[in-house]
Write a protein that binds this ligand. Sequence first.
Ligand code: MOS
Length: 739
Amino acid sequence: MKFDQPAGQNPIDQLKVVGKPTDRIDGKYKTTGTAPYAYERHDVVPNQAYGYVLGSSIAKGRIRAIDTAAAKAAPGVMGVVTTLEHPRLERGMMNAAYLFGGDEIQHYHQAVAVVVAETFEQARAAAFLVTVDYAPEAGKFDLAAEAKGAPPVPGDSSEGSGGDGEERVGDFEGAFAQAPVTLDERYTTADESHAMMEPHATIAAWDGDKVTLWTSNQMIGWGHGSLAKILGVPKENVRLDSPFVGGGFGGKLFVRADAVLAALAAKAFQRPVKVALTRPLIANNTTHRPATIQRVRIGATKDGTITAIAHESTSGNLPDGDPETAVSQTKLLYAGANRLTAMKLAHLDLPEGNAMRAPGEAPGLMVLEVAMDEMAEKLGIDPVEFRIRNDTQVDPQDPKRPFSHRDLVGCLKLGAETFGWSKRNARPGQVRDGQWLVGVGMAAAFRNNMVLKSGARVRLDGAGTVTVETDMTDIGTGSYTIIAQTAAEMMGVTLDKVAVRLGDSAFPVSSGSGGQFGGNSSTAGVYAACVKLREAVAQRLGINSDDAVFADGQVRAGNRAVPLGEAGSRGELTAEDTIEFGDLSKKQQQSTFGAHFVEVGVDADTAEIRVRRMLAVCAAGRILNPKSARSQVIGGMTMGTGSALMEELAVDTKRGFFANHDLAGYEVPVHADIPHQQVIFLDEVDPMSSPMKAKGVGELGICGVGAAVANAVYNATGIRVRDYPLTLDKFLDRMPEAA
Ligand code: MOS
């Protein structure tokens, strides 16, 4: 189905199943431990051996030799596959660093060998008997030191943000110089680690020249093609299966060393091999969110109209890596005739920077929305009002392009009213509650809506059961549930009559999960397949498909009513289709909007920061399932709190690695850190986005919330720290005298 006209009235608009706050279908499996993750799939193939990955202990250089004799002689060991035995392997989708093969070391903990044994413990013990003779070389590991000469470069997050190295509209410098009120500040954000619950893991087994990988991956279509390329086998000989994923957050958009090494080891030892990346390897062997140094300049008239806005960001990466696209939202969020955005990239030899939890917008809004708060204060205008005053209904870089639907102002107004914003004391450091200095802050949320081609197959049997098959993944997001809701709505059945099968490369290729494109795109693909199935049903029942009404488990036409199952009773009916998006998303800008409001307390003596309450108001098209959407948004709000207050990979700038590479040293928010969270969705549809009239919502929650936390901390203390995360050491010696 080609989607190149705005959606008209269609069966989804009935909202009998879609739009209802439905429990996640996979919830009971997840909570009872019966939704196996890749490493736990003991039943898929017998005789699984264990691979343990050895990572490089230098950050840059070459390997002269690897001695595996002692490891091979250790108990239970079947063998060792080393990087020197393979030529440098091709890279897959979005891979900047090479995953295996050859003698060159590009970053710390790059995989140099996999040791395979009968048990995990035997493999791990033997791995420490492998000795590697390195020829280290000097590397660059310090972003601050390398930032100076960093050139502007184009870049793309693959998740809807990116652009040229420098983009300009009007005369920024001239307008900024003339503006009566200006702000020019520098901010820094930290390197961050994915820290997902389920580590990267794969079981691989060969059957002749065909290989199956039971793995943990967000994008089956990409992974399928990538593994065929990396392993040098035809695509039809590779199968990926990833029905349950314990979090991806961008770190599993692509193939990593676990999958490659499991496949190579399984081939080498003619036995199924399972490989999980240990927690320390996740920080340094896989990918992370790169640190940024950002500069924001805003010029405005005295009444708060922005006349000049510039946002520049510098990040580092390996030579073939992208810049962090931290300035993209600044092209679209606020009006202003004179504009400049730039992304600069420094060459660093740290592990690969790549997509993580709303890449671009999350660290970009962390900064832009603090700068907006600072500017509002300079202007003496309420920060909510300042944002409303600078709203735009068109793309500020190309005013002929309207937004398909934009209600940022609605989010700001409803948020302010619901949160009790009018009670805020604009003078910082004034509100006390016992030992706590109390403050409130807000920020706008913005994330682009991407649409990606997505396919599905639907089958109808004689019992009236509808089975959906697509290689779409459910990374904890609720895909199973919204796909079932879509099929139930389209076929006029209840949810218990729908079965959903996901994550298998044998199924039609979907959008996959990433960049908050999966929910809308994959359900639109299911919609397309169901339109075809409805036609097939009508044809088999001898009904004109235009007259057929699918409802209550029946197909009705005129005064005839037939149970849906009857169409499948003379052999299963199958329909398959792919939704393909035309250029609607080019003609109009599709984005999602929100407003975050946060209250914090800061301990007057210790500067410990505690979030006390949070509110997000989101405008993201039709919400397919308010319950799972809310879960996505509160997850994002939690992640944003992590960015603002605790998440930081500590860079060893001498040896070139992230030192706090485990969950003891890398802090993320836990339940005790997160208070009451409220989420409100504006009731809206966006017919430009898809037949579902939905948009992405999964990552909107993380965008801007960190700035709302930081602005609340400023309001509580009067101390503006521009170096995130806001750990208490940055406040202690500046705290107001304790009363
Ligand atoms: Mo992306 S960071 O996989 O949504």
